[in-house]
Design a protein around this ligand. Structure first.
Ligand code: HEC
Length: 149
C-alpha cells in the first residue's frame, strides 16, 4: 500500500550507490593503468622483446669479446665485421667447430642474443666458452655489432 511518492527516494538511492561503485571501479582501474604505465616507462629491463641496444655502451662491452675476437682479423674466434645477417660458421679460412658450421643459423639480434646467453645451449659442441649474463649488455653489444658493416 505505498504511495508512488514512497518509491522515489529508494529509486534514487540505488542508482546513487551504483554510481559510487562505478567511480570506485574507475579509480582502481585508473590507478592500475598508471602503475602499469609507470612500470613500462621506468623499468630497467622490460620483460617483453629485447630492449633496443645502446651501441655506445656496446662498444665498451665488446672489449670483453676482444680477448678472442676482432672486427677485421681472425683470432681465437672469427672476425666480426658484417656478422649481422651472415650465416654462422661462414668466414672463409677460420677453423670453426663442425657443430657451428653445420648449425644452419644466421646471425640476427635473436640468434646472437641466444648465442651470447649460452653458446653451448644454442649449438651443442660449439667452441666459444664465454657468456654475457646481462640482457642489457647483450642488446648493447648486438647494437654495436649491427653498426660494424
Ligand atoms: C674466450 C674466447 C672468446 C670470447 C671472449 C668471445 N668469443 Fe665469440 N667465439 C669464440 C670462438 C672460439 C668462436 C668459434 C666457435 C665455434 O667455431 O664453435 C666464436 C664465435 C663467435 C661467433 C660466431 C661467428 C661466426 O662467424 O659464425 C659470434 C657471433 C661471436 N663469437 C660473438 C662473440 C661476442 C659478441 C663476444 C663478446 C660478447 C664473444 N664472441 C666473446 C671465442 C670467444
Amino acid at each position: 500500500m505505498s504511495a508512488p511518492g514512497d518509491l522515489e527516494p529508494r529509486r534514487c538511492a540505488r542508482p546513487r550507490g551504483e554510481r559510487f561503485t562505478g567511480n570506485r571501479l574507475m579509480l582502481t582501474l585508473g590507478a592500475s593503468l598508471l602503475t602499469l604505465m609507470a612500470r613500462l616507462v621506468f623499468s630497467a629491463e622490460p620483460a617483453a622483446p629485447a630492449p633496443a641496444g645502446d651501441p655506445e655502451h656496446g662498444k665498451i662491452v665488446y672489449q670483453a669479446c676482444m680477448a678472442c675476437h676482432s672486427l677485421d682479423d681472425d683470432d681465437v674466434g672469427p672476425r666480426h665485421r658484417g656478422v649481422i645477417g651472415r650465416p654462422a660458421g661462414s668466414v672463409e679460412g677460420y677453423a670453426y667447430s663442425p657443430a657451428l658450421r653445420r648449425s644452419g643459423l644466421t646471425w640476427d639480434a635473436a640468434t646472437l642474443d641466444r648465442w651470447l646467453t649460452n653458446p653451448q645451449a644454442l649449438v651443442p659442441g660449439a667452441k666459444m666458452f664465454f657468456r654475457l649474463p646481462s640482457a642489457r649488455d647483450r642488446a648493447d653489444v648486438i647494437a654495436y655489432l649491427s653498426e660494424q658493416r
